[in-house]
Design a protein around this ligand. Sequence first.
Ligand code: ACM
Length: 636
Amino acid sequence: MIKHILFLAFTISAYGSSFAQNSIIPIPVEVKNTQQHFELKSTLTYKVNSKDKELLEYVNNFKTILSKAGIVEGNSENSLQIDLTQNTKNELGKEGYILEIKPQLIKIEANEPAGVFNAFQTIRQLLPAGFEQEGGKKLPVTIAGMTIKDYPRFEWRGLMLDVSRHFFTVEEVKQYLDKMSQYKFNVFHWHLTDDEGWRIEIKSLPKLTEVGAWRVPRHGKFGEDRLPPAPGEKPTEGGFYTQEQIKEVIQYAAERNITIVPEIDFPGHSMAALAAYPELSTKKEPKFVNPGAKFSEWYGNGKFKMLIENTLNPADEKVYDFVDKVFAEVAELFPGEYIHMGGDECYHGFWEEDPEVQKFMKKHKIKDSHELQSYFVKRVAKIIEKKGKKMIGWDEILYGGLADGAAVMSWRGMKGGVEAAKQGHKVVMSPTTFAYLDYTQGDHSVENIIYADLSLEKSYSFEPVPEEVDDKYILGGQANLWTEMVTTMPFAFYMTYPRALAIAESVWSPKSHKNWDSFVTRAITHINRFEAVNDNISKAIYDPIVNVYEEDGKLMCSLNNSIPNTEIYYTINNTYPVKFGIKYEEPFELPVGKYALRAGTYINDKPIGRELIINKTELDQRKGKKKFSVEDLFEE
Ligand code: ACM
């Protein structure tokens, strides 16, 4: 009951004109409320105890944000005081902060500028939804008094965006960065190359973008409905980032405490590179940049065959010269510690068929294609190391042994990460099971269906440190947005949020603080905040969860929600609105007939979310069908 009252309070604030305090995501380490409050008015005195360049940049950006909300710097009884303490030994570390909200004073203490940046993000969340766009209309604003002590659980808190399957402009990438920084993500993994497009200018290899960045325009389901290029058809769709644009994005990210990890996906996923330089494959046949046409067959449990060669030839020295040139420019551009070399889903069939590759393997005493991939990966690791960077790659880079110092991004569940950590490698956990944002987040009748299902609740249960692993090897966690079926930035936001909020809390907050009921009430406040600034976010959590099953020879249906205190109404006689139908109390029989199940969720008698309409034929097909789960993709 208490839970329900609490929920009601949050819900009212989400729909009314006031706003909820303490809906911070990710939830801080410690919040102590006081009976006092701070009144934010149109002027604010800034007191900063340091001239650190990075800090002053963060402070100036925050001033700009507040000025949009009508708060200008000036002599005021109200101050924002920022103290860099440089006491790196304490628990705040590099990114933590202490934030005090008192009458006439907001005070931030942090060891490093990054901590101050994170405190600013917390302050933004304490202000009303849409506040920053209001030009002072909401002033004065009262912020409840409190002291927050906060610091991250993990140093790597990442989001990945695939810009190959769909090209996003610099402005769109900046929107993505801006939003993720508000939830204290600090790594942007930029998936820059794949079969469907090469997106980074490499000056010494101009054809990579002249040819590899462009494909023929196609619509329809990726890998199913799209045709390959017709003879002579011009590739007109795509784009790439010039090195100047890349620098601009790196700077924009740095101003938001985000390090960019660029990914160049080798030796598989290289069809766009091979369209530019087909001589780097075994067959050396001319190729096209794939517009999403089918060129592979998938047999379940991660097994597959490529029908067109999309792998670099690891037995050709020219390939290593090529890789060296690419990483030389990538390393020069990106200031971060890590470069991602991909390494995933590399098909070995063309290597196994090629006599030159076989000769090479004999000469180097390489016993099978896994060892050959390992040979390639180790040489790439050396190339990257020589450029002064560390290498990270998807968990397939573990095949046949991995170079010391290389880190692993575990995506096929957690097992690659466990194995890598046991071998002493650093690990970023990014398992499909919890963190694949391209997967379907709601009922199939109202969502895009792609590969597998992943609900917000499942994402929230992400725990980056498996029991059998020493946590010193786990750098952190990351969620990934693949964009085979994501063709606009608003849609990218829809797929990313709120599941990224669940991941943000899993990688920032103490494990002991995680609680679904608390999270979901806060997430609802954030849905409201997104909508207040016209940013897209999925509201699939409001939709009924429909389960069809057979019991005692009857076709039965249950309707649920993963949020508390909702009511679900439904009809099974083709009538609507469903509110005039039946209030769901318990599983019911789906009778024989020609009709659709209509179901919708209500809070306080108001409809929220979408009304689902699922016809009887579809309901029949769902019977006994296990909901397609990510666990089915790979054997754990
Ligand atoms: C991946 O999802 N192929 C890393």
